[in-house]
Design a protein around this ligand. Sequence first.
Ligand SMILES: [Zn+2]
Length: 489
Amino acid sequence: MLFTGRNDKGLMVTRADTPKHDVEVRAWPDDERWAKFVRQQVRGGLPELEALIGLPWSKDRTLEITETVSPYLYGYAGWYQSENNTIEIGDELDGEVVLHEISHIWFNDELFTDRWINEGFAQTYSNLALDEIGGKAKRPERVKQAAKGAQPLNQWGDPSFRDDEIARLEEEFGYNAAWFVVRTLTNEIGTDKMREVFHAASDGTYSYLGDLEPETVAGTANWKRMLDLVENVGGSTKATALFRDLVVTDSQRRDLQARTRARKSYDKLVDAGDGWSVPASIREDMTRWRFSNVTDDIAVARDILAVRSDIESVLDGTGIGLPESFETDYEGDGDLTELLGDARHYHEVAEQLAEAAGAADDGHGLFGSIGLWRNDYREDLDAAGDAFEDGKIDRAERGAVAVLATVDDAGGVGQRRVLTTFGIVVGLVLAIWLLRRWRRARRRKRAARAEAAAEARAAALAEELAQAVTVPYLATPTFESEPGGEPLL
Ligand SMILES: [Zn+2]
């Protein structure tokens, strides 16, 4: 550690508070010019930075900005120490330096793990804020990849504090290239979109979101998340090429290629989903760059979607929809292979339902119609369809099988009904005929009996008459008397 002859006790302390921020400026006693300049930068630039970045000012402690030559001794204009919320800068009046260090309140290893991302944002946003407060904003130089000190930004390590030429050149290249990459992306998507990127990085939300509540991943965002977020949230189309050219190492370039392939399959899966968002497990693997898992899972998801299409065409015209839980199961983080098994079962049952619906709608023939007369097979079919949509697949299956059996048996039932009815009719006719025959026979018997009786009566009369003839003609007449006593003649 170098001894820098600091005497912080003798510093002149003034406040540069804004309505929302507590800031203490600690200048050398004879350098009021510096103190005043820094206060101006803070009061103008700090609220601008906060508005541009959009993340809350999370420090409840006072920010201290101290004038010191310490950073100069290591080749830096200033630095920010997040552990004690302190900025140390040299005595030059450089607005970009003041705002760069202030911006590290947000752009530090709590937001992004990679140094180049935080330095690139610090440079880009300090110059944006400087421009807002009327300062002279600067821009990065053209990046020369063949220059001494050039290296992929992901290889740019922490400050080495080595006092050699190559370390200096690497730092110079790193700051400039980081600034170039981040500034290009910020200009491309704009600060509004970049604010959304910061929020997603800060909240740890998946880089690939579905229809569900945004899921989160643990850990601070790294260059992979940065690339994903700038593209998926920010809508950048330049990022992959920039990363390929200036950010990744050779081995990481292969990751980028795997990512590009995975994203193509992912986009196709989004299209095939036709309104169904990508399963959470795939979105998580995409977010974590586990592309070999993604390839397999996307294949299974595509199979599920193909079965969904089959089910939809099987059910077309039946008025029966997909099981309502199917979409949420697909979009959630359940096991996809298991869901594919479920989907295939849905398909089988859908075929039975469609068969039952078709059989119910077909012409049933005379006997079939008679067999189905006053049968509630249509209600049963509706109930089976409802059960299917409610995800009660087994009940739907039993219902479909029962309706099919009812319709299939209808002809036989009808025949039996007809035969039974015919039997009853024949029986009735026969009974009526027998009754009539019996009545006729009875009438005939009666007539015969009456004839016989008449004959007997006639015979008796004849005999009586014969006897009467033998009675002497003059018999004493007898008279019957009526109550009046008058004789009857
Ligand atoms: Zn910095």
